[in-house]
Design a protein around this ligand. Structure first.
Ligand SMILES: [Zn+2]
Length: 247
């Protein structure tokens, strides 16, 4: 969910026409492949168009022009998001449990993390940003093992799918908060531990419900909603704030 996209079906491509090289708007990068449609993405602050291998520059420029307003809006949003991205540094902001806290590095033999009023204190010996990052990662994995695993197991038991749920893994994946397989493996991204508990509970519920319905059908959402009412609010909240959790 870190990418945004728009699709447009392209008919009647002008195969074999001479291609004039013009500078495309937005300094856009073009990726050609066997695909049949044009799509525009904003990836790490850059505009990328994916198009059929024979799409002409005119076609691409026209497509960009049609989507100009959307691209401009997304670029503004993206620059705000990039500024808000989590940096584990002294004095930086961390969005923890929906509160903006200031990261403080504290010298101490014992490595630990604690929250004190509006401070997110990372304590360790001769801390560097790299060390602090690693410490934060370990802190979140510990929290996830303590919180997510027993709750997911408990819910699986309640739903009568505890035998089906073979394993729960905690892993930072590229763009997903949770994932599950038909072989009964659920994976949670431990960075979700930065979010409020209501969001974490929603994620736990979502994946465990997949043990009964392996799709996003109405039956699946009805089950999620019976356990976690108003789940759409959590989905929206995550979409709006998830960029602040990635390290
Ligand atoms: Zn799902």
């Amino acid at each position: 969910m870190r990418q945004s996209q728009r699709h447009l079906k392209v008919a009647n491509l002008n195969f074999g026409r001479q291609r004039t090289r013009s500078t495309l708007p937005f300094g856009c990068a073009v990726e050609r492949s066997k695909r049949k449609t044009l799509a525009v993405y904003i990836i790490q602050g850059k505009v990328v168009v994916r198009c059929p291998s024979r799409a002409s520059t005119t076609q691409i420029a026209g497509f960009l022009n049609e989507n100009k307003t959307w691209i401009e809006q997304r670029m503004v949003e993206e620059s705000v998001r990039l500024k808000q991205a989590l940096r584990v540094e002294r004095g930086a902001k961390i969005f923890y449990r929906a509160r903006e806290l200031t990261i403080v590095f504290r010298e101490g033999r014992k490595a630990r993390i604690l929250v004190d009023a509006d401070k997110f204190i990372i304590q360790g010996h001769r801390l560097t940003p790299a060390k602090a990052r690693l410490q934060l990662k370990e802190f979140l994995i510990d929290k996830a093992s303590e919180y997510i695993i027993p709750r997911a197991r408990g819910l699986a038991h309640y739903l009568g799918v505890d035998r089906k749920l073979k394993e729960i893994k905690l892993r930072k994946t590229k763009s997903k908060w949770g994932h599950c397989t038909s072989t009964g493996v659920i994976q949670y991204n431990y960075l979700i531990m930065l979010a409020p508990y209501s969001i974490i509970d929603y994620m736990i519920t979502h994946e465990v419900c997949h043990m009964l319905h392996m799709d996003h059908s109405q039956r699946f959402w009805n089950l999620v909603d019976s356990l976690c009412p108003n789940s759409e609010h959590y989905v929206t909240w995550l979409k709006e704030h998830e960029h602040r959790f990635w390290i």
